[in-house]
Design a protein around this ligand. Sequence first.
Ligand code: SF4
Ligand code: SF4
Length: 506
Amino acid sequence: MKLYETPPEFRVKIDKDLCTRCKRCNMQCGFGVLSYDAKEDKIVADHHKCVACHRCMVYCPQSAITIERNTHAYQDSGAWPVYLRERVYKQAATGGVLLTGMGNAAQYESIFDHLVLDACQVTNPSIDPLREPMELRTFLGSKPSSLQFETEKGEYALKTEVPPQIRLETPIMFSPMSLGAISLPVQKSLAMAAEMSGTYMNTGEGGLHKDLYPYARNIIVQVASGRFGVYDEYLKAAAGIEIKIGQGAKPGIGGHLPGEKVDDQVAATRMIPPGTDALSPAPHHDIYSIEDLRQLIFALKEAVEYSKPISVKIAAVHNVAAIACGIARAGADIIYIDGFRGSTGAAPTIIRDNVGIPIEIAIAVVDERLRREGLRNSVSLIAAGSIRSSADAAKAIALGADAVAIGTAALIAVGCRVCMKCYTGNCSWGITSQRPELYRRIDPREGAVRLANLLRAWGHEIKEILGAVGVNSIESLRGSRERLRGVGLDRETLDIIGVKPAGVGY
Ligand code: SF4
Ligand code: SF4
């Protein structure tokens, strides 16, 4: 160890008796940890570089590798946990901002984990989802406050003109993840899975690669502050358009895709020169008020002749309810709220772990305020930022969301080990790398099947939950906070999210 260097976080252990020196592990590691020492005839590891991504373990034909957390003693100090001391060491050495990938790693308690759903017993019968039809279909977009019908040759026909909707066969979609933040094969997996499952992927702010145009009916395209890849055909091809204002992992700050990750295909898709840094400013330089936002919303509606809904994506922050009402009044059809556990390809660690609020609270306060102001029908709500299971999805919908979006769960489905080193571009699994030898490891078709399986499994589980709750459509669960109870949540939190404590009946 060098002077001032912190001990390695992980140790790569190679069982010499099992290892056949096939060197496959060297080739699999994207972080350059392993090499073959010909003099000693053994595989050696630079433990400092290991991020515990498990790729070498999975591909070792002899199961000779184990990755262990390196346990090393530090003096106890309540005020100075080890991770904070290690950050100080690193910053004292570099003078730089510490970057990270994925979602908030701080130890905030999950509110979802303290919410339980109701179930029917005796007087209000439950429904068996294996024998009764269950409706998961969800429409996102502005709804009229009343419907008028007319009769035509004895048949009823809808007279009210309904604004354009996005139709989902499951209330789960994929979060925005740009080309550059993730690799093209992963984007292809998401697009194919969205088509197979009747849901949507989202380009993020990186434009729409030409290979994805055939899937555009299941793709929502973003217009972000950098305006990367935004042009007429892009807007017209998509199922919906999303104005990105904020992101849960880094509310209030812009994005930076380093030039090394801007290869030819990223550059062509973003419409920038290869090798240049792709910088998204923190604000849109033409939006400083709700009126400005309204202008952009209607400029986009004009551009696509009012044929598709416009979504506005914001990060969950303290004033989220008032902001959401302003967005609804500005003419948005969908509001996408990203909680403070939402993931990212790259963000300053200090922002990711300390800025924003939990999605559970944001959904509840936004739903409540929109209802109070008579705006709830005019917009749909998508909730994201730590939807980790079908139970989280059901709870988010019971709190007031119309649908949820998953990012990290989708990446885990295609192999991500949540090592949080996405920003390095060295992802051994090829998920967040633009290095051809790494991203070629992803088979888009195989990834799509795994993602579609995940959505199907979660869909079945949500139907089980609906049956237990005694309703036969996801629509009936939406905003039903009566069917939730809190376990171990304090009074203030329960009041804010409008949920009673467990043990209190209707
Ligand atoms: S970074 Fe991943 S592939 Fe490389 S040694 Fe560590 S666990 Fe193995
Ligand atoms: S995508 Fe790759 S680099 Fe990012 S957390 Fe997952 S395994 Fe690590």
